[in-house]
Structure formats: C-alpha cells, structure tokens
Design a protein. Sequence first.
Lengths: 310, 280
Amino acid sequence: MTLQNATFEHHMVAGLARGRRHDAPRVVPWVLPLILVLGLFYLYPVFDVMRLAFMRATLLANDGTYTLSTLIETLSRPELGQILWVTFVFTGSSVVAQQLLGLVIALVVVRGEGRGLFGTTIVRTTALIAWVVPGIAGGIIWKMLFNEAPFGGLNSILRLMGAAPVQWLSDPDLVMWSVVLSNVWRGTAFSMVVMYAALKAIDPVLYEAASVDGANARQKLFYVTLPQLRAAILVNMILITIQTLNTFDAIISLTGGGPGRATEVLSLYTFNIVFRNYDLSVGAVLSILMLAISLGLALIYAVFLPKGDE
Amino acid sequence: MSASSRERLGDAFSYLFMLVIFVFFAWPLLWLLSLALRTRKEVFLGVSRFIPKAPTLDNFAMILSSDKFLGYLWNALKLSSLSAIGCLVVALPAAYAFSRFKFRGKGGWMMAILSVQMISPLVILVPLYRYMAAIGLTDSHFGVVMVYIALAVPTVTWILKGSIDGIPRSLDEAALIDGCTRWGVFVRVILPLSTPGIASAFIISVIAGWSQFLVPFLLITREALTPIGVGIFQYAGTQNDSSIQLLAAACLVSVVPAIIAFLSLQRLILGAMTAGAVKG
C-alpha cells in the first residue's frame, strides 16, 4: 500500500509538471493505482490459473511438467454431468424467480406509491435487509427455518396449522427447491431495485398516450411497461445469473451440497475439490470452466449494454 | 364496475401482496431474533413461543463475553473499513479521470474493469493462495485487505464515476482558469462535491468486506486474525441442536452490523447503485 502510494505520488508529480507545460492531462497517474491493485492482486492469479490447469499440481507436489491429462481427466469425471445439471437447475430457477418476483414487487410498490398506500417503504426495506445478510449467515438462518426439530421455523407453523411436517433438507427431491427458496429470499432485492429504477425512468407521456388511446391496465403493462423494461430486464438477468453461478457460501452452510450431491453446484464442487481433496490442478480446470461461463455471460452483457458516447 | 371501485379492489390486492412479501422477507430474521431471545427450554416449544414467555439476553451475553467472538467482530470491522478506505484511495483518482479526461479506448477500459468484477474469487482461489504464500501475505491482514480492495474496486469506481459525472464541468474549468492544477481541482472541487457518492461507495465496500467468506477462509488460518464471516461458519460447525439459541444469537450479532451500515445510508446507496445499473 505505502509502496504503491509512493509510486503513485511520484507519477502524479511528474504528470502534473508535464501537464502544466502543455495542457493535455495525463491519464496514467490517475488510473495507475487502480490498475496496479487489480493487476497484482487479481489478474495475475487469473493468468496463473491457466498455467496450473495444465500441470499436475497438488498442495503437496508439483512435478512441473505441462500436460493435458488433468484437463481431460477433469472434464470426463463421472459426477461432472450431475454437478452441471444441479448448477443449471439452481441458477436457472433462482434467476427466473428473482427476476419475476423482483419485477412484481417493483410494480406493486410503484403502484402503491402512486396511490399513496401505506407500507411500500416497509416492504422495500425488508427485502433489502435480507439482501445485506452475508451468505454464510443466510445459510445458517435458513437451516434453522428448515430444521425438522421443534425449533424449525417452517415446520412448527405447519404443525400449528395441523399440516404434516415437510422434510425440507433431507428429501433429495425437495432439497433443491428449499435451497432456491433461500437464495430467492436473499437475492430478490437486487432485481427489485433495478426494476424499480427502470420503472421510474419510463416517460409518463407514454402512459398518457396509452390512456388517450383507451388502453386498459393490462394493455399498458404489456404494450408500454414491459417493452420499455426490455433492456433493464436483460442486463439484470445477466448480472444475477453471474451472481447466482458464483454463490456457494449460502449453500455450504445450508446443506453442504447434500444430501448426496443433490445441491452441490459447480462453485461448491470446486471449493470441495480444493479444500477437501487438495487437488489444485483439477480445481484450476474447474475454475477455468467457471470463468468461461462467466465470461460468456459477460460478453452477452456487453453486447446488450447501451452504447455510450465515449 | 366503476373505475374507482376497480382501483379500490386493486388497492386491496396490493395490500394483500405486500403483506405476503413482508412476511416472506421478515419471517426468517424475526424467527432468528425469537430463537436468540429464548432460554434453552423454550427453544423446543416452537412457534407457540414466538414471543418468548421468559425472554433472555443471556445468549447474547454469552456470545459477546467470549474473546473469540469479540476478536472475530473486531477483525471484520478492521478488514472491512480499511479495505473500504483503500478502495476510495485507489478508485477516486481513476473515477475522476474516467469522468473528465478524454482518452483513447476509455469505454473499453471501463468495460474491462467491470468484467474483472465478473470473475468470482473462486476462480483465482488456487493461484491466489500459492501467490500470497510465495510473497508471504498469508495470515496477514494486509494481504486480505488488498484482495478485498481488488474485489470491490471495479464497482466502486463505476459508482464514483457516476457521482462525479453529476458535477458540472464548468466548476472544473472555473477552478482551472483561476490557476488550480488538475490535482487541486480534484481535491478542492470534486472531492467535497461528491461526498454523497463517496459515502455510499464507502458503505457498499464495508458491507462487501463484512460479508467476505472465501478470501479470509483461504488466506487466514490463525484464529486470532479470523473475521466474523469465517468465524460464524466455524462456530456453526461446532454447534448442535441443543445450543441453537446460542447459534441464533451469534448469527444475529454477525448480521446486524451490516444491516445497520446499510440502513444508515439506504437512499443514497440505492441511488448510487441504480444509476450504474440502469444507465449501464
């Protein structure tokens, strides 16, 4: 830190001296600290992961030779198909549910604000508080809710209403939906905020015009609101897809990936390979797989971004 | 049905929906609070004691009196606030340059910085550990803070750029004509005027640092240096059903600081975030 600041200041002074002479501002000294921090503590390891993926390295040994065998071996692991399927189901359903719920909450909140209804701020804030809860804590909280002991926050309500208790976390067919539910609880606020801002940005003239043309509420939703939200929905879906893909802390403290491998998503699988099996090379290959998926999504994101004036 | 009665029916549905949503989002945390306030005996009475008959603060006292937990909390506070400050130091000049200067490939650079954000720390887990071990930055708060900064700085740069974009350029130009240097403009004009953006960026990175799990889990092995994100995970692993009220209290203690930080500047933070997300 001190070292970087020193270099930073050195460049800054040099830059300013030059800047005074001929008025074009130097960009480099201003962005250098950012580039240094990102490069040294983030990007360098990304390049290293590429190298590692082609070696046979564990925490204990590294024979230093390059090989494709780790890559092939990792990608042909029998459980990988199951892992990817679990990842797809978890990510897909979380993203769809968060996007839909976020949009509906935003619509109701905007309508409520327009009509001066009570409680719109409370609803918004409550959702946002869930969003700030750290992943590990979120997993612990939901584990208490799903618990089948008497203190389980969901089953004890069911019991009170005379319904049969549900095996939220031990039924392999149900557990995925429990995990998705907890993820939707934590993640929806982000979509809600984005959708809310996008709704507020729609030109009210469009609604007036639609009213003049005799459109009813449903027609306004389908012919004005949703088309206007198209870009925001796309951007939001890609952002939350990447977020969800990388989620593993909320799962590790909720189910640990179980029962069996029923909720072991790719990110958690990578974590386990590295921290339980200490297999760095396989971990690196899996990391690259995740990187490829994220970058693919980021590219789609870049394509849909509005082109700026710079 | 007349227009006004249709509106009133709509209001009723809105209220019903908002109630359901409120319960969905509030119930987990209310349940956590309820468990944390119970004695061991009442924990097993389920929802009928949602409001405990004999509420107790003993669980919190127990958690907060252990040096271990105070250490976890202090470490998390230290790591997240130092990294938030570091983030601002690194991001502010860059955000100013991106907002004000014209240079080749600016849009590309902005996108490149944002795409770094999309690389999960999980991707660099393995090399990061080897790298940090090689330069002697494992079991060091300095090393962890630097990685936190790298993780949060792309978002923070975008947020600050958005906030500086909102300051009229004519102010820069007036100061430059009055003989200010670029650095002088930055320190005397831009920094004071972008306080709301700086405040929200600061809080956003504090919350991000507070929630970190993977990086400290990887880089810190000594318990004395462990922050709460990892501490609560390890604590949960050692607890069983008979001490669930203690785990609830510990969990609440780990969550509340982040919630308070967020609520303190809620409106500013949302404004700063959505400005980036909606404009792109």
